[in-house]
Ligand binder design. Structure first.
Ligand SMILES: C[S@@+](CC[C@H](N)C(=O)[O-])C[C@H]1O[C@@H](n2cnc3c(N)ncnc32)[C@H](O)[C@@H]1O
Length: 465
């Protein structure tokens, strides 16, 4: 196991049975389940969101907020906690003891960032070793945490010189952000390290933003209008979706404001044939239909389990579309040869603009992922382009801050695709002023904003007739 460069790799993940609990009941404590979730993330067995979805049923529902706090917290603070843990340990744990490393990270997180009394955090950490049937580690864990209690200030001051600790971000990402966006570096770091605001999208086909905002006020939920998307409301305090009026009836969805710009920019009109090429979980699919329910919409998604999310999202909103589970770059597998008027291509990416929503990126993302994703994006872009009508429009989007995936990807595409041209982002919605993000060599780059939208990239392309 190599904790230094985060390259844990294993075919083993902590299943329900491998985590032996003294509690014979099916429900475990939030902390026990957090150990599983964090271990599996360290072992690269899946993302934080998939691990949480899989394991949160193992705790009582009133413990889910605590489970999330622990898991999101450890991921968000991972660069710091990892440095502290490695400093405290004489020898890193072996890979088979990744669960113990997760226990240690959770203990350090409680001691540093939570209100848990110190003695309780230490005792719970030691107890966690016992529950894992690794009693041999209890003395070590006790000694390590007690030392941290005594020397925390000195240790943190010493480690602060490391960029990963100073900025609470993997060193390679610090370097990339600084290299590509020196003027926006501080904003990117600060916004990526905080809790994101809760932004909702009002379904304007059902209710106006003003009316919905007034309904929220009646329930004591205060919000501000998003400045860039006509359907966005930022809630001053996050609430459970069940508390949002008419959520189940599809009057409102949770979606970041930058993501809401897609449907605004593509501006689908009745009768148009529209493709949403990388569609799950379907946030933008639903928004396209809210803009016009009379479009002929096809949504393509590679992952069957993610396809189910599109289905349930559309079901809640009361819309339907042709859903196809396929690799968008494998046209033989899904395309019937009929061209589309408009295409939304929201490609898989490094998600470096949404680290605050997916903080496990700090653990799992590697520099090599950029090159791998650029190749996948290029293949999808080139193939899907052939399904666009001459004169039709394609909106290319990512939630990445890496120029390789954004302006450079488009640069390469335009250099090789003779029938493609970049057009102004508001070509399809000329009444909308583009006042967000910054112009880059092709398209516009948005950076994550402390109390506003996520990091995103958009470029609008037209196929020459
Ligand atoms: C950035 S997400 C899309 C988010 C979505 N547009 C939304 O707003 O809810 C990218 C999606 O592309 C899917 N994907 C990845 N490779 C794909 C491929 N070759 N063909 C189709 N979908 C793919 C991923 O599974 C993921 O669901």
């Amino acid at each position: 196991m190599n904790q230094h460069d985060n390259t844990f790799s294993s075919n083993t993940s902590l299943s329900d049975t491998s985590f032996q609990s003294d509690m014979s009941t099916s429900q475990q404590s939030a902390r026990q389940v957090a150990v599983k979730v964090i271990s599996n993330i360290l072992l690269q067995q899946g993302s934080l969101s998939t691990q949480l979805a899989r394991h949160q049923t193992e705790v009582a529902s009133d413990h889910i907020p605590m489970l999330k706090e622990l898991c999101f917290g450890v991921c968000r603070q991972y660069p710091r906690l990892n440095s502290i843990a490695l400093h405290l340990l004489a020898h890193p744990f072996e890979e088979k003891d990744t669960d113990l490393y997760a226990v240690l990270l959770l203990g350090l997180y409680q001691l540093t960032y939570m209100n848990t009394p110190d003695h309780a955090a230490v005792n719970e950490t030691v107890e966690a070793c016992r529950l894992l049937k690794k009693d041999w580690a209890t003395k070590l864990m006790n000694a390590v945490l007690r030392r941290y209690q005594r020397e925390a200030d000195e240790i943190v001051a010493l480690l602060e010189a490391q960029p990963s600790v100073e900025f609470n971000m993997p060193k390679w990402l610090v370097k990339r952000f600084n290299k590509h966006w020196p003027e926006h570096f501080e904003q990117i770091i600060e916004a990526s390290n905080t809790h994101p605001p809760m932004c909702i999208r009002v379904n304007e086909a059902r209710v106006s933003r003003e009316t919905y905002q007034a309904q929220l006020v009646e329930l004591g939920i205060n919000s501000e209008e998003g400045p860039f998307s006509g359907s966005a409301l930022y809630l001053r305090n996050a609430v459970r979706v069940g508390e949002l009026p008419d959520f189940e009836e599809g009057f409102v969805s949770v979606q970041d404001e930058a993501a809401q710009l897609s449907a605004q920019l593509l501006s689908p009109k009745a009768g148009e044939k529209v493709l949403d090429a990388c569609a799950a979980p379907g946030g933008k699919t639903g928004h396209l239909l809210e803009k016009s329910n009379h479009i002929e919409l096809t949504a393509v998604e590679l992952e069957p389990w993610r396809m189910e999310k599109i289905e349930s999202n559309l079901h809640r909103l009361g819309y339907s579309a042709q859903l196809i589970c396929a690799d968008a770059s494998d046209l033989d597998a899904w395309w019937n040869g009929e061209h589309f008027d408009k295409i939304l291509l929201d490609v898989p990416c490094t998600a470096t603009g949404v680290i605050r929503r997916n903080p496990d990126i700090k653990i799992n993302r590697k520099p090599a992922d950029i090159d791998d994703l650029v190749i996948i994006q290029r293949a999808i872009l080139n193939k899907v382009w052939t399904t666009l009508k001459p004169g039709g429009f394609m909106l290319y989007a990512t939630c990445s801050l890496m120029p390789e995936e954004n302006e450079q990807q488009i640069q390469h595409f335009l250099a090789h695709q003779e029938d493609a041209q970049e057009v102004a982002l508001n070509s399809l919605a000329p009444d909308k002023q583009i006042e967000w993000g910054i112009p880059v060599s092709h398209g516009r780059q948005l950076f994550p904003n402390l109390e506003g939208h996520d990091g995103f990239y958009y470029c609008l392309l037209q196929k020459l007739a």
